[in-house]
Design a protein around this ligand. Structure first.
Ligand code: PEP
Length: 248
């Protein structure tokens, strides 16, 4: 399976610049070995989906509500994301877990809603700095996997140590190797044979200078990129460092 390079644009980009960024990504995407995905804010999904129409680059949302519709002021359903042109959705990002109090149980419900609407979910897991200092990283991530992923699970997991997100600090290759091997084993333990095929993205300050070494680590199935996905050149440079068919 090819590696997946996914851009999380977070709360950046009005529609004009979003369309330009999407066009820039599209222009450099042809012939890449990896799969590409960009996840703009809700308001720019349709613009970006139009700019990328007929290209190899997929579009995703950054969150969805667990319910299909109803009295949920300010929320967006998975079907609405789909209707706007998304085929993927990021769920349980640490910024949602921390800033919106999202629990594993809520994230699991969101995954079910996403799959029901025909979206491919990317479920984020990762320990905080305090948890790592306390030596709890595998325990925390194991619980997040058990709690946030429904069974069966047809989606992607993104391991993002919270202390590496947006900080410029990256996990060492050794940390990455240990955690991705642990997650691969845990997916096998919790999901059996099917767990072996679940892609595990890595995220946390990935940029052109460190992408090749992080993406070369065993059991790294791609990258979830925040800051560096906001410039087409940087995002594409990371994509060029990614692997093709042997990328899981
Ligand atoms: C993220 O938010 O998923 C992320 C990895 O951000 P950054 O690349 O900026 O650390």
């Amino acid at each position: 399976m090819p590696q997946l390079i996914a851009g999380n644009w977070k709360m950046h980009m009005l529609r004009g610049p979003a369309g330009e960024l999407a066009a820039g990504v599209r222009a450099g995407a042809r012939g890449l070995a990896c799969e590409l995905l960009v996840c703009p804010p809700f308001t720019a999904i349709e613009t970006v989906a139009r700019a990328l129409g007929g290209s190899e680059v997929a579009v995703g949302g950054q969150d969805c509500h667990p319910k299909g519709q109803g009295a949920h002021t300010g929320d967006v359903s998975a079907a609405m994301l789909r209707d706007a042109g998304a085929s993927w959705v990021i769920l349980g990002h640490s910024e949602r877990r921390q800033n919106h109090g999202e629990t594993d149980e809520l994230i699991r419900e969101k995954v079910l809603a996403a799959v029901d609407a025909g979206l491919m979910p990317i479920v984020c897991v990762g320990e905080t700095e305090d948890q790592r200092v306390a030596g709890q990283e595998t325990e925390v991530v194991g619980w997040q996997i058990a709690g946030s992923l429904p069974k069966p699970f047809a989606g992607v997991v993104a391991y993002e140590p919270v202390w590496a997100i947006g900080t410029g600090r990256t996990a060492t290759e050794q940390d990455v190797a240990i955690m991705h091997a642990f997650i691969r084993e845990e997916l096998g333990r919790q999901f059996g044979e099917a767990g072996q095929g679940i892609r595990i993205l890595h995220g946390g300050s990935m940029r052109p200078a460190n992408a090749a070494s992080l993406l070369a680590v065993r059991h790294v199935g791609g990258g979830l990129i925040g800051g560096a996905s906001l410039k087409a050149d940087d995002f594409l440079a990371i994509a060029r460092a990614a692997r093709g068919a042997d990328g899981v």
